[in-house]
Design a binder for this molecule. Structure first.
Ligand code: NAP
Length: 499
């Protein structure tokens, strides 16, 4: 692509976010020949989630063979479920290998971006006031990037140490402490077994139990890793198995619930057996049993979580937190537990301050966040939005496919490849998705969701961040990964207008 022809902009492409989404998009733009490319990252290094999250016990909960770029297999994973720091190393290695790191600017917060129709450029405003002018803008800010702090009365008066899992502070010592963890999501399931062995007392405040499956926590000994490196097809074979398993689980348990309700129930029964074998106390087991269907909310895998809750120094509280005092947590049943350290495993805000994570103003002053909220959350093929020329959004409505984020990133790379092939063929001016194509895509997603667990299952008590305040579930593309990938090679190019 002739990137120098459009002299009005400082840059051809600005990517906001240097996580796996931003790295993937940048790799694709480099392949397409864009060199005037900047990747802006508010943190001090790349890796997104895997740079920010450093809590003890951090591992992937999707098999690593699947949780990696298809085009960059990593023979060095220490096991089927790699540890968090390995993901950060992998991100660094990929960014260096594909030469995208030199385009990154760290410690740069983006306030917002505004489309200038006359000039055909995006004005991207940084928090220090600097404005970058770019032809194409890509938002790769992730779904889980804004840590959520619970709005519990008295929390600001707590006199002890407070740590959010997404802002882990290594200097906090847990040995001998009386700690509490609020939350029982995927993060809590990983951090609780680690803390339980260190602290004197640990109280876990559960609002909604999570579905927990046993974890096939295989280690890859050096001989296996050497085999993966020397004969890559062997790792591909393992990936085929893990991809197929994840795909099956997602499609059957979540998207084809109408037809395969029985298999969804089987997944729940497998989790029931796991709970039964891990927790001897009947009352504790009952307290840990979800009252909503498998698949309404992110399930997780762990062999240590239930066992940790059975330890004598660990207590599960389920009656709800009424308030927090300077030295204690008080529950609705009148219970009061003195603590000195409070761990917030309370997840991320997806619906209020994310989607989009920055202010984006398109043609005719259309504000993306407002428009989504005033109409519906929507994005054609999970990447483009009418009224927002030359703009791609990666953590978008109906973007997330499969449980591995890499599936999403890679079908979006495919979309970019095809779209920008046409942009180049039509003179390089730019693109905008048509309102009709967007409406058709949204209608298809709606139709598919009609068969899903979100519509037909019992999700009422799940408190799932996959479902928004209006009862809609617009984060996921309710299709197989295979469908998402194939569609990017086939979508009609007439779904876009080109300048
Ligand atoms: P999460 O799933 O949103 O869980 C947050 C937990 O905090 C929930 O149990 C929630 O209860 C509880 N909570 C929030 N506010 C509360 C309040 N005011 N009072 C009491 N409890 C409160 O967050 P997460 O565990 O950090 O996980 C987020 C996502 O990150 C996961 O779904 C997953 O996609 C990803 N993740 C991935 C991995 C991996 O290995 N790939 C690991 C960890 C996390 P309710 O359920 O009742 O709202």
């Amino acid at each position: 692509m002739d990137t120098e022809r459009f002299g009005g902009a400082d840059l051809d492409v600005v990517v906001v976010g240097a996580g796996f989404g931003g790295i993937g998009a940048a790799i694709e733009f480099k392949r397409l020949g864009f060199e005037r490319l900047a990747i802006l990252e508010r943190e001090d290094d790349l890796g997104g989630t895997w740079h920010v999250n450093r809590y003890p016990g951090l591992t992937v909960d999707v098999p690593s063979t699947t949780f990696s770029y298809w085009f960059e297999p990593n023979p060095d994973w220490s096991g089927l479920y790699a540890r968090g720091p390995e993901l950060k190393e992998y991100a660094t290695r990929v960014a260096d290998k594909y030469d995208v790191r030199r385009h990154m600017r760290f410690g740069v917060s983006v306030d917002g971006a505004r489309w200038d129709e006359d000039e055909g450029v995006w004005h991207v405003t940084l928090s220090g006031g600097e404005v970058l002018r770019t032809r194409f803008l890509v938002c790769a800010t992730g779904f889980l990037s804004q840590p959520a702090t619970p709005d519990i009365p008295g929390i600001e008066d707590f006199a002890g140490t407070v740590v959010h899992t997404a802002r882990w502070d290594d200097s906090v010592a847990f040995a001998g402490r009386r700690a509490a963890v609020i939350g029982t999501g995927s993060t809590a399931v990983q951090v609780i077994p680690e803390l339980a062995t260190e602290v004197a007392e640990l109280t876990v405040y559960q609002r909604t139990p999570i579905w927990v499956m046993p974890k096939l926590d295989l280690r890859f000994p050096p001989a296996v890793r050497r085999l993966f490196a020397r004969v890559p097809v062997t790792q591909r074979a393992v990936r085929l198995a893990t991809d197929s398993f994840m795909e099956f689980l997602m499609v059957v348990a979540m998207w084809r619930y109408r037809t395969f309700r029985r298999l969804n129930v089987s997944a729940a029964q497998a989790a029931w057996v796991h709970r039964f074998l891990s927790v001897r106390d009947r009352r504790l087991r009952a307290a840990l049993t979800p009252s909503y269907d498998y698949g309404c909310k992110r399930p997780t895998v762990s062999n240590g979580y239930y066992r940790a809750l059975g330890r004598p120094n660990v207590h599960l509280e389920t009656s709800g937190i009424e308030r927090i005092e300077a030295d204690a947590v008080v529950t609705r049943d009148g219970g009061r537990r003195e603590i000195d350290t409070l761990v917030l495993a309370t997840g991320f805000d997806v619906w209020k301050t994310n989607l989009p994570a920055i202010e984006v103003i398109g043609r005719d002053g259309r504000n993306l966040g407002k428009w989504w909220r005033d109409t519906r959350f929507q994005a054609y093929e999970g990447v483009s939005v009418p009224g927002f020329p030359n703009f791609l959004t990666l953590a978008s409505p109906y973007a997330w496919v499969g449980l591995s984020w890499f599936n999403t990133v890679e079908y979006q790379q495919r979309h970019i490849r095809r779209l920008f092939g046409e942009v180049a063929r039509t003179g390089g001016g730019g693109f905008e998705v048509t309102a009709e194509a967007n409406a058709r895509f949204l209608a298809r997603m709606e139709d598919l969701l009609g068969d899903s667990v979100f519509r037909l299952g019992n999700c009422a008590s799940s408190n799932s961040y996959w479902i928004n305040g209006r009862g809609e579930a617009p984060l996921f593309r309710p299709t197989s990964v295979r469908d998402a990938v194939r569609t990017q090679d086939r979508f009609p190019l007439t779904d876009y207008t080109f300048r």
